[in-house]
Design a protein around this ligand. Structure first.
Ligand code: SD4
Length: 336
């Protein structure tokens, strides 16, 4: 079958959904060397709908994909996908059950961004499980972008969010154990499960993103990380693509990481190359102590191509596309 016919047939029957699915890189490898522009457009359409997220979060990406496959939009997909992990008390880095700060308070950061470039974020939020939904409410129901602390909590309660204790027994036990030595050393962050950042492209080709976290375990009270900072933990430009970050927020904020990745894609870099360049922006700094911490990026462009890269080994993403919900190990910088 000629390529053009194959692509047309595939786009109708779903046969083409197998293309690229065997790749183990997070780089999307649908080949387009010989395709003409119409074929390119068809190939791009075949990549939709698409969801990618930081770390191993198949239940979250499955929820997002369920929304997209039933005609939902990318914004709903990323919000409800992230909510799965926020409600998961076993995930000690996000929402309910998150590890507390050094004083025993669970404080959450989250952000969300839509196809119009609207955004909302919440930082240092306590007692509310679904920080990502609070961020969305700030975006949609107020003239502001960010709310913090007690004001953010009062806003959430006024919008009907339930106030509850987010410190689970197991997170409390972990904090009590940490307190015995109470070493304040938040720079090493090479866990295998972390902050959730999610990007989705819906059937219309529109992109949205969200990010939610309880931040660094045992951080100083009042500390805010990248996940609440638009452009650092999350950035979307629906003409270009989107990026989300995980890892040491301070390093991400210092390089405005997610914005940087999107701007590199605007300059023509693939999502993979853009993530690699943004990581090198951190590691190439004079006196960089990159061996001591982790940062990971996952990005998606308007064509539905994806990429991911991290400083250390062990970063991974979950990608739901072409009917497959895959957990994929990321390539990384520090191979010494
Ligand atoms: C932060 N990047 O607050 C986030 C959370 C994270 O392990 O990745 N923590 O710095």
């Amino acid at each position: 079958m000629k390529r053009r016919n194959f692509i047309k047939t595939a786009s109708i029957t779903g046969v083409g959904l197998a293309i690229g699915s065997s790749l183990i890189s997070c780089n999307d490898g649908i080949s387009k060397e010989s395709a003409n522009q119409n074929e390119d457009a068809i190939v791009d359409t075949m990549r939709r709908p698409l969801v990618v997220a930081t770390w191993h979060v198949k239940a979250a990406t499955a929820k997002a994909m369920e929304i997209l496959q039933t005609g939902g939009n990318a914004l709903d997909a990323v919000e409800h996908g992230c909510k799965v992990e926020e409600a998961n008390k076993k995930n000690q880095t996000v929402g309910n059950g998150g590890l507390p700060d050094r004083d025993g308070n669970v404080t959450l950061d989250a952000s969300i961004m839509d196809k119009y470039g609207n955004c909302g974020s919440v930082m240092y939020l306590q007692n509310i499980t679904h920080a990502v939904s609070v961020a969305r409410k700030i975006m949609e129901d107020t003239p502001h972008v960010m709310l913090a602390g007690e004001g953010a909590k009062q806003f959430a309660v006024s919008k009907g969010f339930k106030s509850e204790d987010l410190l689970t027994e197991s997170s409390k036990r972990a904090w009590e154990k940490w307190k015995i030595e109470a070493k304040y050393k938040p720079i090493i962050n090479i866990e295998n499960h972390d902050t959730i950042g999610m990007l989705a492209m819906d059937n219309n080709g529109d992109i949205s993103g969200a990010c939610t976290t309880s931040g660094l375990a045992y951080k100083l009270g009042g500390r805010v990380g990248d996940s609440a900072i638009i452009g650092s933990g999350l950035f979307i430009d629906n003409d270009i693509g989107g990026c989300v970050a995980t890892g040491l927020g301070e390093a991400i904020v210092k390089t405005v990481g997610s914005f940087l990745v999107v701007e590199l894609m605007r300059q023509g870099k693939s999502p993979q190359q853009a993530c690699e360049d943004a990581i090198k922006r951190i590691t190439n700094k004079p006196k960089s102590n990159f061996r001591d911490f982790q940062v990971g990026y996952v990005a998606m462009n308007k064509k539905g191509e994806t990429g991911c890269y991290s400083i250390q080994k062990s970063f991974s993403i979950t990608k739901f596309h072409n009917g497959t919900n895959e957990h994929i190990q990321s390539d990384y910088f520090n191979k010494s």
